[in-house]
Ligand binder design. Sequence first.
Ligand SMILES: Nc1ncnc2c1ncn2[C@@H]1O[C@H](COP(=O)(O)OP(=O)(O)OP(=O)(O)O)[C@@H](O)[C@H]1O
Ligand code: SF4
Ligand SMILES: [Mg+2]
Length: 656
Amino acid sequence: MSAAAGTTNQAPETGTAAPAAAKQRWSGLRRVVAQPKGLVGLTLVVLYLLLAIFGPLLAPHDPFRQDFAATLKAPSAAHWFGTDQLGRDVFSRVLIGARATLGVGVGGVTFAFLFGVPLGVLAAWRRGWIDALVMRVIDVMLSFPDIVFALAIVAVLGASTQNVIIAVGVVSVPIFARTARAVTLSILAEPYIEGSASLGASPKRIILRHVLPNISGTLLTLSTLLFASTLLSASGLGFLGLGTQPPNPEWGTMLGESRSYIRSNPYLATFPGLFLAGSALAFNLLGDALRTIYDPASRHAVRKRPWLGALRRKARPASRDAKPEATTGPAPAVSVRDLRLAFRAGSGLLEVVRAVDLDIQPGRTLAVVGESGSGKTTLLRAIATLANPEQVAVTGGTILIGGESAIDLTPSAMMDLRRRKIGVVFQDAASALNPVLTIGAQIAEAVRIGTDLDAAAVRQRCAELLSDVGISDPERRLAMYPHQFSGGMKQRIVIAIALAQDPQLLLADEPTSALDVTIQQQILALLGDIQRKRGMAVLIVTHDLNLVARFADDVAVMYAGAIVEHGAVAQVLDSPRHPYTQALRAAIPGGAGRRGKPLDAIGGEPPMVGMLPAGCAFRPRCQRTHGRPECGRAEPPAEMVAGRKVACFFAQEGLS
Ligand SMILES: Nc1ncnc2c1ncn2[C@@H]1O[C@H](COP(=O)(O)OP(=O)(O)OP(=O)(O)O)[C@@H](O)[C@H]1O
Ligand code: SF4
Ligand SMILES: [Mg+2]
């Protein structure tokens, strides 16, 4: 294992960092105007906004001045849109009315956004009864037709512009809440959220830093689309005389005032109606173009730096110097005793990890191997304090990380333990990184947690971490986004993030299985190199015994939730004592002396969780059990045999 090996995998880049960042900033706008509907919609929206701002300056007449000598005049050069029943200039009133009309739309959408989005995010984050309550209230609200609901609110509050804003806002709250909940749930399922949690990031930080920036595109689209319907609802209330009160002009109110003259003077309704319909169309077109870009299905393709990305949270004032002990010492970095984990299934429990014992000393690597479904990930997540207590129960045993219990902690104690002692590397580096943040921002976030370093120190530390994981030119690369790196480079970045808090224990769940063979070896070489330099303990879950042989010190073989053989790699893989380990080794492709021979597949299937056979769990597949009734009577205990622990009644067999 060498550092050099770790530095050879430099991805070809698609451009330099600074132009790339600048490109990202404008790509959202470019993608809108690249669509005809986006271009038309955006142009019209800008024109309407200009009208709302500068309308009063452009009006040729005083919109409030009555002239009873010139009432109900048809359009002419003096009065482009004619005059109304009080002789007021309709063109001037339409121009002035833009501000009130669009203002009600902006107010209504802002109201709905401010109440609906936090409600939806809260429901998705907390789940349980809060989620159920929010969803039921939303269902009830959505069961009323919008305009009826809005009318009822205005009827209670009284007719005024501000009450119309509240009414149309309340009507849209459930739509924002439901959408925010749905997109938040999908973001929370992303591995980079778990990665952030594994570093001890608080819920507030995760929401501000990861959830809001990622859902901002969808919410922007929704706001634009809802703006159109809010505008129409508000104008509907204005038409009924419940909105902006005369003599102030507003397009809906103007339509209402023109009702009596619709046959004799249709232009009175035509012009405000056209402006109103045009504004709804403009926002709909723009919203539709945004939806094409920010549709959740293509969310990861979005290259835009999010507008909510500017939200920042101050680092917590706790000090990293408060570490209770050094990384090297007599205590194991992790010590697990008689650990039992069970999935909650209905009213019962399904045991998935059974009486696991393991220790990892600082500076050593333990590989956990076993067939799919043997409980490796469940074990690793419990050690990482990442097991979801609503799904997984610790039914027995202890986990000590650097001497501190990792079980039954309060949420804040758990976050603190993770931050100080544990780093986690996930399998899929691509989804472990937030696609809308630069890698500099993501590493900085991990560095900042629990420290009070200033910006320059954080940046320097980020660059050091990138160098540590073999990425050259770190200063420049900090400004780049995940999509600008290859798979191997992304996994290096994920490792850099995991190392940001100097963990005593690094946990890696199949960190290389998504990579090709050459890169796998480079990443494992890198992990080994870093481990030696920092004296960390590493627990790695893998299916690949060849990699275990090359990079691990110890190996624990799991079968049906229990460790059946555990010892130094050289002993366990060279002369396995458990029939399952022997079968696994015989199934290694390209093993010594096996070239050209077919692989020996392990017959049968591993048992389903909660459906273990009586006695030894491996008995239905074991080649050694024939004629041995002991195997069916009890579960074999793990005992020392030839320098390693083996759970088989006949592990001594063949030893002289
Ligand atoms: N929420 C759950 N409820 C019930 N059973 C579950 C749940 N999640 C996982 N399991 C089952 O628990 C067992 C252990 O799962 P785990 O993911 O720990 O296995 P693994 O050894 O990591 O497998 P792989 O190598 O495929 O990743 C599997 O049989 C799996 O189907
Ligand atoms: S105890 Fe019996 S069934 Fe289990 S592994 Fe040993 S020989 Fe096979
Ligand atoms: Mg797994």
